[in-house]
Each structure stands twice: as C-alpha cells, then as structure tokens.
Design a protein. Structure first.
Lengths: 366, 420
C-alpha cells in the first residue's frame, strides 16, 4: 500500500477515529488503526472491541492495500508536521514508512487480517435525526450516566424510541437526567436500548451543531450512527434499564424560580467550605429568599443568600454541589424552576417553562 | 504543654488485676492462636524473653517459671475504656492514641508534675492499672519523656517532665533514630545512611532539608524535637475508614463449608461494628491464605473485592457477599490458615434512601431486623442470636487455651472472693 494525502485532510480523519483507541489495550492490535487504501480513498478504522469508528478521505493512491499502525504515534507525527504538508505512507519490508518533506518515520505494523472489525448487523430500525438535535439530546443527559457502577446497565444511556419522541435517560442512582426530542419515528411500539458510556461520550465529542441529517440504525445488539463520512458502530449494553419513571416524583407541591447564573456563582463560592469528600451544600428555601450554607470538618462555614420567587413554607434540603452544578450546566434558560417536597425527597429541576427536560436530584443528609 | 499517659505493660497489668497473687511474677501474653509473645511484664522482660518470640521456641524451663495467657481482648478493651474515662477528667481535651496510650492537653496547668502524679495515682487507684506520664511541650517529646519515665529515669516517680532533664541533648543522643515516634525501620535506614543515627541528630538537622529529603512529616518531627509543637491533639477520633475482621484458624481448614462458616462469622462481626459506628460499606473484600510456613505445599493467598450497588449496613448483605467471594476464591485441596473480611472506604450511613433505586420498604425492614439482632445480642450476650451459616461448618475457631475470664464484661465471669 502506498498513498499521498495532505495533512489537512489526513489529520482531521485521524482525530475522528483516535478517540476510541484506548491508551492501554488488552491486545496490542487494539492500539493500532486499520488503514485501507482502495479506489482513490483511504479508510481509517479504530476500535476497542465495544465501539468502532471509521472514516475515509480522498487520496492519491499509488498502490492499493491495507495495514495497521500504532494509532497515537501516527496521529502525533501528523499533528507535528507543518501545516499543509503532503504526507506519504508506504508499506515496505514489514514497516510502514511515513515521509513528508525531509522527515521520515518508520513505524512498526501488524497484519491487517488480524484487525478485529465488528460484524455488520443486518436489518434493524433506521431513522434520521438532525445532527444538532442528537447532540442536544446527549448534552442534556450524558453527564448523569454512571461510570463504573455494579449495576452495569446504569453505565450507559437509555435511548427510548417512541412514535413521536426520542427520549434519552441517564442516571447513576443519585441524580437522573431525561430529555425528550420531538421526532416522528415510523415504529409501532416503543423500544429501549442502552448505549454504553464510552460510545455516548465519543459520539457527543464528534457531533457538531449542523442541521445535516445523521443516519442511525438500531439493531438488536448494536447501534450504527453515520455522521457525514464517519461511521460509529457500537455494541449495546445487554440489560434492562430500571423503570425510570418510577423515580421521577409525580405530585410535588412546592416550586421556586431562581436565576441560574446567580445560583451558579453562589454555589461555587459556598462549595469552597463544604466537606471536600461529600461536597454538601444546604439550600434553605424561604419566602423570596434562598440561603446557601456549607461547612466542613474544620468547622469553617460559608453562607450566602440570593433572591428567588417562592411562596411557601421554609424547607431545607442538602445537596451534593457537584450534582447541582451539572444540572445548571445542562439548563439553557436564564431562569430555572425547582420542584421539591421536603428535605428527604428528591427534587426536580428544569429550565423555566421547559417541558422536555427533567433533572432529578436526590437530597443528601448533612 | 502535652502529657502522654501510657499504661505500663498493659496486657499483663490487666491480667494481674483480678489475680493480685501474680504481682511480682513474670507474665507473658500470646497473640491470636497462641502463636507469639506480644506482651511481657517487667519480670518477663528481665528474664530476657524477647518481643514476638514464637511460643513454641520458648525454653521449657523458662516456660515453667512463666504465667502464660492467651490474649483476652474483651478484658483489655474494657479496661482501656475505663482508663480513658478517668483520664478525661484531667484535661479539657484528650486524644486516645491507642489501646493503652492517651495524650492530654495540659496547657495552663501551673504544676504539671503534680498534675501528672495525680493522674498516675488516680488511674492506678480507680482502675488498678499502673501508668507512666511523660510531659513535654510537644507530643513527640512527651512520647520520649514517657519512655524515660518507664525506665525509671525520673526523680518524680512515674512522671517525667522533659523540662526537668539536666541534659536533654545527651538524652536525645541516647535515643536511636528508629525509636523516635513516627520514624520506622525504613526511614531509620535512610536516615542512618545520611549520618543521622539518633534523636539528637534529627533535631540538629535543618528542618527544610528534612522536608526535601523525606517530606513534611519528618520536617514536623524535626521541629517537634526542637520543642515547637506541630502536631496538635487530634481530639476527635476520625471516623473509621475501614473495618477488618480476620482470624488465623486454630487448625488448617480445607473444606468450603468451614470457610463459609468462618467468613459468615467475620461478616457478622464486621456488620456489628459497622452499625455501632453508624457507617455503611460500599464494598466488601474477602481474603484467604494458606500456611506460609508449610514447606510441603505452595503458598496460596488471594483476595476479592465485591462492591455493593448501594452502600449497606445489613449483615445479611455482607454475608451474602462474603460467601460469594469465598466460593470464588476457594481452591479444593488447599489447607487454609487464615481468612478475613475487610470493609473499605466506609462512609456515613444516611437515614432514608440515598439512591433513587433503593427499595425503602425492604431497607427499613432490614434496618429493623439488624436493630433487633443487635439489641438482643447486647442484652443477652453476643452470639445469643446467630446466622445459621455460621454454625454449618466448624474447625476454624481460634485456639486460645490460656484465656483469662472476661471479668469486666461477662456476668458469668465475675471473680469470686472468699473472706476467711
């Protein structure tokens, strides 16, 4: 195999696929990229056996063929070459030689036949969604996914397909984020799948704010998303997601309206003197006034008050400040509405007037 | 000003408490399963019995002169609690440092020596345990002062005030660097390689240099030896970070039921401790090992940490997890000598649900069950109510053939005194 491509085409393609390549692999070949040069195009593929990403670009192909080379080394080399440089890749004597201008790199390679590509699942349910719409769905929810929970089905994002909505839900047991995206889906009954944590984060990283259509295909065991030239194929988490509706409190009597920025700033200040491990901040809701309190084991205290719209009894609720900050970052509106019952029950947070998003936060005992 | 009150030969002193006839006789206390010598009375020390000596290596002739006890932690723990209780009356703030040591804040006390003597006298009189008191401007020096007092190098009996030393430099020069509080064998070796062999040399070293070479901990020690206090009293015992329950077995255990029974027992104990401290466990580690000294078989040791979906206080959950672990660790054909259960990364138990998917009704039922279990066992004695899987399988119980009665914690063990 031998081809020449410009750095400004090669590097962006590399950046698309490098994200899924783990820094430490179980199999050496998982640290490599599969590079195929054929019919005027070069295809790059990276995988961690759970999620696979490939993309392609036009190149001047001198001889067709395929190989695998160390992903990070190749990306680092391309990144450090001068802007606009032409890069030549050539397989010769069990080495992959990268040349550009007066630079020359000889990389080790592993045979392309050993590269584990994912099986393409036939059939499945296809649909189209705007890139920006899919990105928004992930932005609103991905932060609440569990990282390494024993309940493995929480280490992912629930995608629920309904005839008129695509709903995403994420929770780690302490907070829950749900967002409904309005989209007509030609399916008879609802369907749920769990997309693994890493796939969600990688997809979110790659999505932009364009109105281009993204093609999604949902199989029994895998998910395929095509964004422009990039194709991401991921296994699904084999498990049943808990009944999330059950933990979204229904009848909540009290509601307060708070300006988001001032709450955010007040929280980050009070949090300085919260317990470093548990990050607890107490919120006292009182007529028109929200008081934030924090203290730490050194008996240091922080107190801050901000205005809000609230008519009702005094209620005090403890929160993990990190959870609240995540929620505030996910809300787009300038004001937010918080619904709560008492200091022992979970509360619901939303942008003011927004129905599509639901953020549930458990209280913590302080 | 700090005082360190340290019980003299604590375990032998406890054993003597109900056996006044043992006054003046050499006593040794053995570790779990009567393996090694872990405590010696002054008389035993005088006979040259070294610390940590395997019991079977003790010369039979010497053994006959000796009063030998298996360790009785119920007795020692209870007497320790009593000693600490007496000490609280002497200072506004104390730090219980170990089972037999306690720092007291003596700042503002006009006559520290007199106060120290009152402390020693009162503890002796109220609990029967002899204590020595070291007094100094820093905790590190108080620790050294206490050592000197124990060695009888004080004009004030059981109390030694550092400021009364005629030549503190000479005293420090006589203390090996490894014997300074906080310096272990490893640092000792490195310090010696740098030409610092005794406490005086540590004091003479530039504190900044100590920090560069060893870090802030040793810099603090340097300042403390110079008399500037860097280590305040840790008045509040920080809540426990972990709970470990492990035992060496009385005899080798090679069957799964016996191991299951053993870890059930350990998990039960760990659960009791957990609830008593109001903490809950996010995970459970279970470990087993074979006899490391058996030349006939290869050594096998392994551990497994299993997390809980939701941190728990429930013994039933702990036991289930421990049994799951031991079933995965067990290899048929091995003879196990030791097993244990560790609860790491403990956190405060929150009343009420702490997880969206918790089942509050089941949790409350479990909490009530545990509360009832604990209440029954507190009232009618430990082991009144036990988990059945603990009784299916024996052979792992510890060997403690020479244990004294637990005279302060069991009604049945109350000593009888006959007046003639």
């Amino acid at each position: 195999m031998e081809f020449v491509a410009n750095r400004e085409v090669f590097l962006p393609a590399l950046n698309k696929v490098i994200g899924v390549v783990e820094r430490r692999q179980t199999l050496p070949i998982l640290g490599n990229l599969l590079i195929v040069g054929r019919e005027g195009r070069v295809t790059l593929t990276g995988t961690d056996l759970e999620v696979e990403v490939n993309t392609n670009f036009a190149a001047e192909i001198q001889s067709e063929g395929e190989t695998t080379v160390p992903a990070r080394k190749l990306a680092d080399i391309c990144r450090n070459l001068p802007e606009g440089a032409d890069i030549r890749m050539r397989v010769k004597d069990e080495r992959c030689v990268v040349t550009s201008g007066r630079s020359r790199f000889s990389l080790g390679l592993l045979p392309a036949v050993d590269f584990p590509t994912m099986d393409v699942e036939e059939g499945g349910f296809p649909f189209q969604i705007k890139e920006s719409q899919l990105k928004r769905l992930l932005d609103k929810t991905a932060f609440a996914m569990a990282q390494q929970d024993v309940r493995y089905y929480l280490n992912g994002l629930l995608m629920e397909l309904n005839p008129a909505t695509l709903v995403a839900v994420a929770t780690d047991g302490h907070r829950l984020a749900k967002f409904a995206s309005h989209i007509a889906l030609a399916l008879g009954e609802s369907r749920q799948v769990i997309v693994p944590n890493k796939t969600v984060l990688e997809l979110r990283r790659q999505l932009g704010n364009s109105d281009e259509e993204v093609a999604v295909r949902l199989g029994e065991k895998s998910l395929r998303v095509v964004v422009g030239l990039m194709t991401m194929t991921s296994k699904l988490v084999d498990g049943r997601y808990p009944e999330y509706e059950r933990v979204i409190p229904g009848n909540i009597g009290r509601m307060a309206t708070i300006e988001k920025e001032s709450l955010k700033r007040a929280l980050s200040r009070t949090a300085i003197l919260s317990n470093e491990k548990y990050r607890g901040v107490r919120l006292n809701f009182d007529q028109g006034n929200l008081k934030l309190l924090a203290h730490n084991p050194e008996q240091e205290e922080a107190e801050e008050e901000i205005e809000m719209l609230y008519e009702g009894d005094s209620i005090s609720i403890g929160f993990n400040v990190a959870y609240l900050m995540d929620v505030l970052a996910a809300i787009d509106e300038e004001s937010l509405a918080v619904h709560f019952q008492d200091g022992n029950s979970s509360s619901i947070w939303r942008g003011l007037g927004v129905e599509d998003e639901t953020f549930v936060v458990m209280p913590m005992r302080l | 000003m700090f005082a360190l009150a340290d019980c003299n030969n604590f375990y032998p002193s406890c054993e003597r408490l109900f056996r006044p006839d043992l006054e003046g006789r050499p006593i040794i206390v053995l570790s779990n399963n009567d393996g090694c010598v872990i405590a010696r009375s002054n008389e035993a020390k005088a006979l040259g019995i070294p610390m940590g000596l395997p019991f079977f290596k003790l010369d039979p002739k010497q053994r006959r002169q000796m009063v030998v006890y298996s360790s009785n932690y119920a007795l020692y723990g209870d007497l320790s609690r009593r000693v600490m209780q007496v000490l609280t009356t002497f200072a506004p703030r104390i730090e219980v440092y170990s089972i037999d040591e306690c720092f007291l804040d003596l700042s503002g006390v006009a006559d520290p020596i007199g106060e120290g003597q009152r402390i020693a006298r009162t503890v002796r009189q109220w609990t029967g345990i002899p204590v020595s008191v070291g007094i100094a401007p820093t905790k590190t020096l108080a620790k050294l002062a206490n050592r000197l007092a124990k060695k009888g190098q004080s004009p004030d009996g059981p109390v030694l005030d550092w400021s009364r030393l005629e030549d503190p430099a000479a005293t420090l020069a006589g203390i090996a660097v490894e014997d300074v509080w906080g310096i272990g064998q490893r640092w000792g070796k490195r310090l010696r390689a740098l030409g610092i062999a005794d406490a005086l040399a540590v004091r003479a070293a530039e504190p900044r240099w100590l920090r560069q070479q060893f870090g802030v901990v040793l810099e603090r020690l340097g300042w403390e030896l110079r008399g500037r206090s860097c280590l305040p009293l840790a008045a509040l015992q920080p809540p426990r970070q972990q709970i470990l329950v492990s035992r060496s077995f009385g005899a080798a255990v090679s069957t799964l039921p016996a191991l299951r029974a053993a870890v059930t027992r350990f998990a039960t104990r760990a659960g009791e401790k957990l609830r008593a401290q109001g903490r809950c466990a996010p995970a459970l580690t279970v470990f087993i090992q074979t006899d490391p000294f058996d030349p006939a078989r290869p050594f096998y040791a392994n551990a497994l940490t299993l997390p809980f979906a939701i941190p728990t206080q429930d013994s039933a959950a702990l036991i289930r997890q421990a049994i799951r672990g031991i079933e995965r660790l067990f290899r048929p054909g091995d003879a196990y000598r030791k097993a244990g259960v560790l609860l790491p990364d403990l956190r405060a138990a929150e009343p009420g649900p702490s997880d969206l998917f918790a089942d509050p009704i089941a949790d409350q039922a479990a909490a009530r069950r545990m509360a009832a279990l604990d209440a029954i066992n507190r009232r009618f004695g430990r082991d009144t109510l036990r988990v059945a899987s603990e009784m299916i399988g024996t052979g792992w119980q510890r060997r403690a053939g020479r244990m004294s009665p637990s005279s302060t914690t069991r009604w049945s063990a109350l000593p009888t005194v006959r007046a003639c």
